[in-house]
Design a protein around this ligand. Structure first.
Ligand code: HGY
Ligand code: MN
Ligand code: MN
Length: 439
């Protein structure tokens, strides 16, 4: 880096709101290359237009908003100078060759699909941040030894589908699962340009990737509460999703005596309370949520004949997940007997807990330090594509603060300077891993 580059780096850096990094306080020969924070945050704002509704961002996988958002990021990737394609799994990939074609690919990215009524930072910061890192390296003509690939995984919120497909974690029996857009994974993947009949072409195996790096918002409040700028993720929780159905008997709400009912809704309500009590009654960080409950026929004057609910169960330990799965089944059976209903509990999605790579944790920590950013190690309570790629490659994750710890909500917010800080840590991590390898 010459002095002119240094000054322009510092100008870009000060535009990001990073404090303490001024030319007078740093030797210009040691100044790190930095991303363009203004461009990064402008692109984040532009992406937020796709799928925007009165109730939040609705860019659920395979919806019109998702398709439009995907077109937008493909345009950004092409403009950045990446060679863009969609793999047969429906993931968007942007490649830049390395100077040594024999070396494995360094993959980094995130997702741009949202939950129903979500916000504009979950997945988006890591996706736009990854594109910005590649853009910076290309425009500054900084070569890397390894090929770089930016990935925007498809359908993260429906169960980390794109990353599961890439790492052979999804069986064909699951391809017909219906997503929130009312479209199956199979049809949705085709709509976005993939083709599951040729999935073998999208599969990566161990050794293909040097590593996978993901920048993401924390989605909790720890960084903000402790005033720390960067989270170094130690591991990602495992997750079990279930669909539970209680079946009773639909009957007249006025003529059926209270002691002669087979009320499926009552059973589902009691079950919801009982599993909440069970999960809270034991020490640990395990969490369980009933996020959806549908009664049929769903009419004011009919006792519900069936009620279906979802469970989201998470913890870092497989043993804990197994323990509570068994416990929830026993609770369901007991409540079914007590309410004269039947109970069925069916798994719909599984993510194993995934530790991040210790070498990558250290490199991320050092990258933050080199930028004069404070950091701490922490677990991730949210699921991420990184936990699927961990089956085939070392993974590392960088967290940036979420204001108020709010996420999966239209009120989600990550401040522009934090998004820029995260992208700069990602950039330094990419450069260090490229230079040192992980051997
Ligand atoms: O649900 C999750 O943890 C993630 O945000 N998909
Ligand atoms: Mn999410
Ligand atoms: Mn996410």
């Amino acid at each position: 880096m010459d002095r002119r580059d240094f000054v322009s780096s510092m100008t870009a850096l000060s535009a990001t709101g990073l404090v303490g990094l001024t030319p007078s306080r740093l030797d210009w020969r040691q100044a790190p290359i930095v991303v363009n924070g203004e461009r990064l945050n402008r692109h984040l704002t532009e992406l937020s237009a796709f799928g925007r509704t009165d109730t939040g961002t609705n860019r659920v996988a395979y919806s019109e908003g998702d398709l439009a958002g995907r077109r937008y990021v493909q345009g950004l990737m092409t403009a950045a100078g990446l060679d863009v394609r969609i793999d047969t799994a429906g993931n968007i990939l942007g490649r830049r060759p390395g100077t040594d074609p024999s070396l494995p690919t360094l993959l980094f990215g995130s997702h741009i699909d949202s939950v129903t009524d979500g916000g504009n930072y979950d997945g988006d910061v890591g996706s736009i941040g990854a594109i910005e890192v590649a853009h910076t390296l290309i425009e500054r003509e900084v070569p890397t030894r390894h090929p770089l690939e930016v990935v925007i995984f498809q359908n993260e919120e429906g169960g980390t589908i794109g990353s599961k497909l890439m790492s052979s974690g999804l069986t064909p029996t699951e391809f017909d699962r219906i997503m929130r857009s009312e479209i199956t994974i199979r049809d949705g993947t085709e709509i976005i340009g993939g083709d599951l009949t040729r999935l073998d072409q999208a599969l990566r195996k161990r050794g293909d990737l040097l590593c996978y790096l993901e920048l993401h918002i924390e989605q909790g409040g720890l960084l903000e509460q402790t005033g720390i700028q960067i989270g170094v993720v130690e591991g990602i929780v495992g997750l079990r999703w279930f669909e539970v159905t209680f079946t009773g008997f639909a009957n007249h709400a006025g003529t059926t005596p209270m002691d002669q009912r087979q009320d499926a809704m009552l059973a589902a309500a009691r079950f919801t309370v009982a599993i909440n009590e069970a999960i809270r009654s034991e020490p640990g960080r395990q969490v369980a949520t009933v996020g959806r409950l549908i009664a049929v026929p769903g009419t004011t004057n009919v006792i519900p004949g069936s009620a279906t609910l979802t469970i989201d169960l998470r913890d870092l330990s497989v043993d804990t997940l197994t323990h509570f799965t068994t416990s929830f089944q026993a609770i369901g059976q007991r409540i079914a007997t007590e309410t004269d209903t039947t109970f069925a509990m069916r798994p719909t999605s599984t993510n194993e807990p995934a530790p991040t790579d210790p070498r990558l944790r250290q490199i991320i920590e050092e990258a933050a330090g080199s930028l004069r950013l404070t950091s701490r190690r922490m677990p991730s309570g949210a699921g991420h594509d990184a936990q699927e790629i961990a089956h085939i490659a070392p993974v590392g994750m960088i967290f940036v603060p979420s204001v108020g710890g709010i996420s999966h909500s239209p009120n989600e917010l990550t401040r522009p300077e934090d998004a820029t800080n995260g992208a700069n840590v990602l950039l330094q991590t990419v450069l260090t891993v490229d230079r040192q390898g992980l051997g």
